[in-house]
Ligand binder design. Structure first.
Ligand SMILES: Cc1ncc(C[n+]2csc(CCOP(=O)(O)OP(=O)(O)O)c2C)c(N)n1
Ligand SMILES: [Mg+2]
Length: 401
């Protein structure tokens, strides 16, 4: 039943019957056709796809030329190593070596494709979900996992690797990316900022503020939405009524596209074009990739409480790693020996990560106070002294025992 304060209002419709029914008073006067202001901004009605889920190539298209085969081979290598890194990180949580780990299994095409599309000198703005993207970018995996181990700093030096710390406060990286990109273009550099964001976080104010700022000031940012269908337990249907998240760009005057996020060839093609658009000075670009989070939100989540096993199984058939492997094998660009060599490389990568993560970290508790402010406040100095005294007392006690 309708709540009493809600008036019944007929639904807006554009069917020919509705136009015929409209009274002369409400009929709009005929106006000459205006230029379509949204031309070039709207995404295509269907996500761009260049490979079928079974790896069969679809007809080539002029708007999204296929990336060179060497780039696709490199993409396959990084996806295999990335997936092995991801399973190793999940295992490390079970061994108590990591406090928490958000897996991106199933999102390999997005994680690797996005990092392949940008240069080392571009800036990446990741969320907590992007550990695989960061190792694909060449950052030491132990440094990537430092934050998730409970350390106070992000592990890597952001200015050296042109990668911001992984953001846990949702969507804040969208504003940071807009600011950095604007600053870079203001200083005459052609740096592009790549901001990752999840489907749920597109409901946050910072996403809209970042996209709007970037659009108005033509900041070269690629906003890359990985729509993995869930924000923890909240499904996409409870997140938005938009036809697709890519349509959020048009409201800000930002050209947008949607892509099959489990099609590695299409992901790389679409992101390559988005990055080129931003680098050429045309302002931001928004890409929505339709993908799926195969694992729970983190190791601390039980996904069986909010989604069916059948749904997960259906996405297993769209596995991006198998899809690219089949395609490259059929093209003669990959054979058994190459696949085995890459698998071996991935095992060695995981073994090295395991060994180094199993080494007991040495942390100095006093370093907690080092970077709070450029000039420490009197309270901080006092607290630091308290901790120092407690540590000294504990050491004395150990010595006496
Ligand atoms: C500002 C803010 N609000 C709430 C949270 C809690 N939170 C952490 S992850 C998450 C879900 C985000 O989902 P999505 O954006 O789809 O990204 P995904 O985890 O699926 O990659 C929420 C609500 C947070 N980290 N920051
Ligand atoms: Mg999500």
């Amino acid at each position: 039943m309708r709540p009493p304060h809600v008036q019944e209002v007929p639904a807006v419709t554009t069917t020919p019957q509705a136009v015929r029914r409209a009274s002369p008073r409400t009929r709009r006067p005929a106006t000459p056709a205006a230029p379509e202001k949204s031309a070039g901004l709207l995404p295509q009605a269907e996500p761009v796809r260049l490979l079928d889920p079974d790896g069969t190539p679809l007809p080539s298209r002029a708007d999204y030329p296929e990336p060179p085969v060497e780039a696709l081979r490199e993409m396959y290598r990084r996806m295999v190593v990335g997936r092995r890194f991801d399973t190793q990180a999940t295992a490390l949580t079970k061994q108590g070596r990591l406090a928490v780990y958000p897996s991106s299994r199933g999102q390999e095409a997005c994680q690797v494709g996005a990092t392949l599309a940008v240069r080392d000198t571009d800036w990446v703005f990741p969320t907590y979900r992007e550990s695989m993207a960061l190792v694909s970018r060449g950052i030491d995996p132990v440094e990537v996992l430092t934050l998730l181990r409970g350390d106070w700093h992000c592990g890597y030096d952001p200015t050296r690797v042109h990668t911001a710390p992984q953001c846990t406060p949702l969507a804040t990286q969208c504003v940071h990316a807009a600011g950095l990109a604007y600053g870079e273009s203001y200083q005459g550099r052609d740096t592009v900022a790549l901001a990752f964001i999840g489907d749920g976080a597109t409901s946050e104010g910072d996403f809209h503020e970042g996209v709007n700022f970037a659009a108005v000031f033509k900041a070269p940012v690629v906003y890359f939405v990985q729509n993995n269908k869930y924000a923890i337990s909240v499904p996409l249907s409870r997140q938005t009524a938009a036809p697709s998240l890519a349509y959020k760009g048009v409201g800000y005057g930002v050209p947008s596209e949607q892509v099959d996020g489990n099609d590695p060839v299409a992901v790389l093609a679409v992101l390559t074009r988005a990055v080129a658009h931003a680098r050429a000075g045309h302002g931001p670009f928004l890409v929505e990739a339709h993908t799926y989070r195969m694992e729970p939100h983190t190791n601390a989540d039980d996904a069986s409480r909010y989604r069916d096993a059948d749904e997960v199984e259906a996405w297993r058939d769209r596995d991006p790693v198998a899809r690219l492997e089949t395609y490259l094998r059929n093209r003669g660009a990959l054979d058994d020996a190459a696949v085995a060599a890459i698998a071996e490389e991935a095992e060695a990568y995981a073994a090295d990560l395991r060994d180094r993560m199993n080494a007991q970290p040495t942390v100095d508790p006093l370093s907690l106070f080092d970077h709070v402010y450029a000039e420490p406040t009197p309270q901080l100095v006092e607290q630091r002294e308290q901790v120092r005294a407690e540590l000294a007392a504990a050491r004395d006690e150990e010595g006496d025992a």
